[in-house]
Design a protein around this ligand. Structure first.
Ligand code: IMP
Length: 412
């Protein structure tokens, strides 16, 4: 049967608190893409990709770099630590992934993270458990209109005038020089690519519940991780976003503080954490583990306009005897059917679960949806029913080839 023609651009968005496996999914989709454009965050992200016999963790550079001849864009919505970016370029080159202004461009309007942002984050970030990479303070300066944009950083006169007396000046002057060739007008580049019907991925970092406006504030990051962020973080009209793919895990995780109604404590939680290797790709911190929360899922579908879901890490559930899906919250004797970002309410919500039988067959080599165990399919079908969105991709392991396409019409 001929494949229905898919979208020409896809926004890939985290549906939870980050760490959903966006890096893997974007790398998978990128094979058929021309452009991968990241739109938010900074090196707080850790996008892990396992392909071509390599395992790479990207923090700033978009997840299209494992493929040749793709253009990777760092959008205006990011905060860029120049030292980290240059280290990442070196690290990739060591892994025989060549980076040049041919395959990487950085927005002249992105903001720069400077040492005092990191210092500040280390001092105050502890209360919400930030990644201490200077993200919040750099966005604070952006909003206060005292930030430093990439084009100002690479302009020796402007940078010297503003920061010439600082201790870090000499070191950072060299970074500015090295970064200069990558700087470009990414807004025009991406709009041109879209208008020419190039296949474009809008790469989100973190997830819906870490969004500064729509997340579990104040336990959030400082940028817009939701689909609207693709527009503001790259300079494109909402009319141009053709399709939105939400990425979620078979279970939930979160790092840092904040309420987490479906959190699993005890032996089952530890087992999932261990099998799922739930330790932060950026900070190495242990991730808290929870059951699938359909209220979170429905909320993410609503806020982002999700067309289809890429569900990751289904393999981690193999050998877990009973699985739960949270279908409602109990709050002060009432039943809530919708998620809430009111922290006062959320922290007192108790999950109401539906229970599912697990499966014992190893699914890490399964190549088609039909071949998944019946109990796995029942679990997935219930998620589709509750969220009212089809699952287009099921990931059954970290490697690129461990990816099942369930509905190809949502892919390129
Ligand atoms: P910040 O982004 O470093 O300011 O951290 C704010 C919150 O977002 C903390 O709870 C972090 O753990 C969380 N966070 C930031 N980036 C990521 C990510 O890429 N994955 C998961 N959590 C993240």
């Amino acid at each position: 049967m001929a494949k229905q023609s898919g979208p020409s651009n896809i926004a890939v968005i985290g549906m939870e608190w980050g760490d959903e496996g966006k890096g893997k999914i974007i790398d998978f989709l990128a094979e058929k893409a021309d452009v991968v454009a990241r739109f938010n965050g900074g090196n707080n992200a850790g996008h892990t990709i396992e392909a071509d016999g390599k395992k790479i963790v990207l923090h700033l550079i978009p997840s299209g770099v494992m493929h040749k001849n793709k253009l990777n864009i760092v959008g205006n919505g990011l905060v860029v630590d120049p030292k980290v970016l240059l280290q990442e370029i070196k690290f990739l080159e060591k892994n025989k992934i060549r980076i040049s202004p041919e395959n990487l461009v950085i927005s002249e309007n992105a903001h720069i993270i400077l040492p005092h942002h990191i210092e500040e984050d280390r001092k105050v970030g502890g209360t919400i458990g930030t990644t201490a990479r200077g993200i919040g303070p750099a966005y604070t300066d952006k909003a206060a209109r005292i930030g430093l944009k990439v084009y100002e950083f690479v302009d020796e006169n402007i940078f010297k005038k503003r920061f010439g007396d600082e201790e870090f000046y000499q070191e950072y002057k060299n970074y500015a020089e090295a970064l200069k060739p990558y700087m470009n007008d990414t807004t025009t580049i991406i709009n041109y690519a879209i208008d020419k019907s190039k296949k474009v991925i809008f790469e989100g970092a973190q997830g819906t519940l870490l969004d500064i406006d729509h997340g579990t504030y104040p336990f959030v990051t400082s940028s817009n991780c939701t689909a609207g962020g693709a527009c503001t973080g790259l300079g494109i009209s909402p009319k141009k976003v053709q399709s939105v793919m939400g990425v979620c895990k078979a279970y939930k995780t979160r790092v840092g503080m904040g309420p987490f109604p479906t959190e699993i404590t005890g032996a089952v939680g530890e087992k999932i954490q261990k099998i799922g290797k739930e330790f932060g790709a950026t900070t190495g911190r242990q991730r808290r583990v929870g059951w699938f929360d359909a209220l979170v899922g429905k909320y993410a579908v609503m806020v982002n306009g999700i067309d289809s879901i890429a569900l990751t890490k289904l393999d981690v559930f193999t050998t877990i005897e009973k699985l739960n899906i949270c279908v409602a919250y109990k709050y002060k004797g009432n039943i809530l059917k919708n998620f809430t970002t009111n922290m006062k309410v959320l922290q007192s919500c108790q999950p109401v679960y539906e229970e599912f039988d697990g499966w014992w067959d190893d699914i890490t080599k399964v190549k088609s949806y039909d071949k998944l165990p019946n109990n796995a399919k029942k679990y997935l079908r219930r998620i589709e029913e509750l969220l009212k969105v089809p699952i287009s991709i099921v990931s059954v392991g970290p490697k690129r080839e461990q990816t099942i396409v369930a509905r190809s019409e949502f892919l390129f």
